[in-house]
Design a protein around this ligand. Sequence first.
Ligand code: SF4
Length: 329
Amino acid sequence: MLDATMAPLVEVKNLKMYFPIHSGLLRRHTGDVKAVDDVSFHIMPGETLGLVGESGCGKSTVGRAILRLYEPTAGSVRIDGDEIPALAPHALRKKRPTMQMVFQDPQASLNPRMTVADIIGEPLEEHTTLSRDQKLARIYELMDQVGLNRAFANRYPYAFSGGQRQRIGIARALALNPKFIVCDEPIAALDVSIQAQVVNLLEDLQDRLGLTYLFISHDLSMVRHIADRVAVMYLGQIAEISPRDALYAQPLHPYAEALLSAVPEADPSGAQKQRIILKGDVPSPANPPKGCNFCTRCPRVMPVCREVEPKLIEAAPGRQVACHLINPL
Ligand code: SF4
């Protein structure tokens, strides 16, 4: 249960992550891919914020930049009181155990030459002074927590199914008792039949360990299941952030409306939502349109949208939207 009087565990303000473009013989800096462009949000302790959008919208880059797997170009990221972009290397190393990431592809993120015990125990090796026996006890405890059979501790990743490999990745992320975990498309590479099992495991661990999640996904049905609030991203920016139920019942931003119109609904009345098909392609983040970044595809575009960028402001209690329809000038 979230307590509104608590301070956020994660506060992101005006985060920018630009990747420079160099061209010509002299490799001059001629522009930037604006993968994340002025993104702000917060996450309360114990909360799950879903971050959704089409592939290439910058959502995974947000996850990597806030954990400083990329060096952010600008902006503030406070996690449990520490300003992450300002931490010196030794301070960042000390902070790492409290903020972890579960990656999309468990196959690619696990070293095939290490046993499961070595993979899960690697963070313990690096960050603790536990004895050999204490380490093994902790590895077994973590395997129990994620539903892996202890008898398999000395096997190698190839011997496991995709779902089991993701459990190994989750056990490793939990090894040092993190408070905050970025789950970057954690089920996208898994068979549909086991996706729900992994999501249920993440929910169960959150309840038991008081974890806070940023859950990045393009799977809007799964986000609806796990998230408390949802941020919708388009072309490096946030279009809308709303509590889950309010967003799925009535999205306020035209892009959120289009994205959610594609989600199958279990409506007892049998009423079908009208699917909104967006025309055109997503513009390049190296050359986003002037004004609203959605103006080239928005079914409700107005002249002002092509001139003035809408700001993300509160449109209803707890709901923030960046659109001139909601916030007329
Ligand atoms: Fe559409 Fe204009 Fe709103 Fe952008 S600001 S989402 S173009 S109506």
